[in-house]
Design a protein around this ligand. Structure first.
Ligand code: SF4
Length: 93
């Protein structure tokens, strides 16, 4: 699986979305780590993580806090749902 092109992949965790429930650290142990102090998950070693592991963690995140981009475009999640309490300017009300 490590022959997949990973170089252009960028994975980041939105601290505003992470609710520290550690689903990603269970799905991809050793890849995603939960920082006990900040309450936000982080990626231990992006270079060592496989594409599968990165996606496995992202897929199980209930709040879509794990964002995967490739060549500057978001590839996961494909639809990023707004957070509760997040201001939406599209309603026009
Ligand atoms: S699964 Fe999502 S919300 Fe849970 S710790 Fe990981 S990044 Fe944070």
């Amino acid at each position: 699986m490590d022959d997949q092109p990973k170089r252009a992949l960028r994975v980041w965790i939105d601290p505003k979305r992470c609710i520290a429930n550690a689903k990603c650290t269970t799905a991809a142990p050793g890849v995603y780590i939960l920082d006990e102090e900040t309450g936000v998950a982080y990626i231990e070693d992006p270079e060592a993580a496989t594409v599968e592991q990165l996606f496995a963690g992202a897929r199980v995140c209930p709040t879509q806090a794990i964002i995967i981009e490739q060549y500057g475009r978001r590839v996961f999640p494909q639809i990023l749902t707004p957070m509760f309490g997040e201001k939406s300017d599209s309603g026009g009300k």
